[in-house]
Design a protein around this ligand. Structure first.
Ligand code: 5GP
Ligand code: MN
Length: 338
C-alpha cells in the first residue's frame, strides 16, 4: 500500500463508521480468516462492522472466533441487505471483481459506500476507491496483517485475530509450501504465534476433521482419476450421483485436486465437480512450475485465480466438459512439457 492510500484509510477510520466486509462466494479459509480478523480489528476500534458472506461455507471453518457474527446472505437476507444499505465503507476481501460474489453483486454495484479492496488475485477490476492489491502475497490474511501494521496497530492484534490470520495463511499456502510462501510470510506467521495463534490446534481443526463418508468420496475421486502422461496432466471427475452416494457436504472435496500433482511427472491437475442445483460443473485447476492455470481458466472456463491455483466453471454436462478440456490440451502440449 502506498503512503497516500494509508493516509486515506487512516482518515476514513478516524471516526466511527458503518462498515460491511465481504468475502467471495464459497469462501475458503483465507476469505473467512481475513474477514473475521478485520472484523475484530474494526470492532475493537469502535466501528460498527458486519460481515456478509454471499453463501454458506464448510463446517471446518466455523470454529474461528467471531464466526457467529457472520451473516449468510442466502439465509439472513434482510439483515444483510440492511447492513449494506447503511454502509459508509465496504471492504472486499480475497477477490477483485464483483462477479465473484453471486447474488450480492447488484447490491454492491448500487451501493454509494466507499470501497476498499484487499486482495492477491490477478487482474483487479477498478470498483474500489482504495486498492491494496498484490499478486505476490501468499494470502489475503498476510495482507490484512500488513494492513493493520500500516495503520500502526500491530500491537492491537489479539489472539482471536491471530488465530484467524494464521488459518488463512496456512490454508492458502498449502501449509506454507506453495511458492507464494516467502520469508516475510514466515515472519508474519511467527509474529502471529507470538500473539496467540494456536498453530497445532489450528492444523487439527482444519485438516483432521474427516468423516468416513468424506474419505470414501476421496476414494471414489481417486478411482476416477484420468492420467494423460503426454500432457503431464491428471484430472478427476465427481458426478452429482457420486456426491449423493457419499453424502457430500460443503467442503468435502477441498484439497482433492492436489492429489494429481503428487504423481511424478504431472504438472497440471484438475477436478470437475457436477453441481446439479446450480446447473454447472465447478472446476479447480492446479499446476506446478510455469504453466499458468489462471490464464487457462480465464481463456476457456470463465474463471481465474493465481498462476498455480485457479477455478472456473462449465455450463455443459460433465462428460462434454471433460471432452472439451481434453481437446484443448493439444494446443498446450509444448507449454506443459517445457
Ligand atoms: P478453488 O479451486 O480452490 O476454488 O480456487 C482456487 C483459486 O481460484 C482461488 O484463489 C479462487 O479465489 C480462484 N477461483 C475459484 N473459482 C473461480 C472463478 O470461478 N473465477 C475466478 N475469477 N476465480 C476463481
Ligand atoms: Mn486467498
Amino acid at each position: 500500500m502506498n503512503l497516500e492510500a494509508i493516509e486515506a484509510v487512516k482518515k476514513l477510520l478516524s471516526t466511527p463508521q458503518n462498515i460491511v466486509i465481504v468475502p467471495h462466494k464459497n469462501p475458503d479459509g483465507d476469505a473467512i480468516g481475513s474477514t473475521l480478523a478485520l472484523w475484530h480489528y474494526l470492532q475493537n476500534r469502535g466501528h460498527n462492522a458486519t460481515i456478509v458472506s454471499p453463501n454458506d461455507y464448510p463446517k471446518f471453518l466455523k470454529w474461528m472466533p467471531g464466526n457467529e457474527h457472520i451473516l449468510n446472505f442466502e439465509k439472513e437476507n434482510s439483515q444483510a441487505k440492511g447492513a449494506i444499505h447503511h454502509a459508509d465503507l465496504i471492504f472486499t476481501l480475497d477477490f477483485n471483481h464483483l462477479g465473484r460474489i453471486g447474488q450480492l453483486q447488484p447490491l454492491l454495484e448500487e451501493s454509494k459506500a466507499k470501497f476498499i479492496m484487499i486482495d492477491h488475485h490477478q487482474a483487479p477490476s477498478d470498483y474500489a476507491e482504495i486498492m491494496y492489491s498484490d499478486v505476490a502475497m501468499s494470502s489475503t490474511c498476510e495482507m490484512v496483517y500488513n494492513f493493520i501494521a500500516f495503520l500502526g496497530d500491530e500491537s492491537k492484534i489479539t489472539p482471536e485475530m491471530a488465530n484467524c490470520l494464521y488459518t488463512g495463511i496456512m490454508t492458502d499456502t498449502g501449509s506454507f509450501k506453495f511458492s507464494s510462501t516467502t520469508s516475510k510470510t514466515h515472519k508474519v506467521v511467527a509474529e502471529l504465534i507470538d500473539k496467540g495463534a494456536e498453530n497445532t490446534n489450528i492444523h487439527n481443526k482444519i485438516y483432521d476433521t474427516n468423516s468416513p463418508s468424506r474419505l470414501h468420496l476421496l476414494g471414489c475421486a481417486l478411482k476416477n482419476m484420468v492420467i494423460l502422461e503426454e500432457y503431464r496432466t491428471a484430472y478427476i471427475t465427481l458426478s452429482q450421483t457420486e456426491l449423493d452416494t457419499y453424502s457430500y457436504k460443503k467442503g468435502d472435496t477441498e484439497g482433492f485436486v492436489n492429489y494429481g500433482l503428487t504423481l511424478e511427472g504431472i504438472c497440471f491437475a484438475v477436478i470437475f465437480i457436477e453441481n446439479k442445483e446450480e446447473g454447472i460443473i465447478k472446476i479447480s485447476f492446479r499446476s506446478e512450475g510455469d504453466f499458468s492455470v489462471n490464464e487457462f481458466a480465464r481463456s476457456h472456463f470463465n474463471g481465474g485465480g493465481h498462476d498455480n491455483a485457479a477455478g472456473g466453471k462449465s455450463d455443459v454436462p460433465l462428460e462434454e466438459s471433460t471432452a472439451f478440456f481434453v481437446s484443448l490440451l493439444k494446443d498446450y502440449k509444448e507449454k506443459l512439457n517445457a
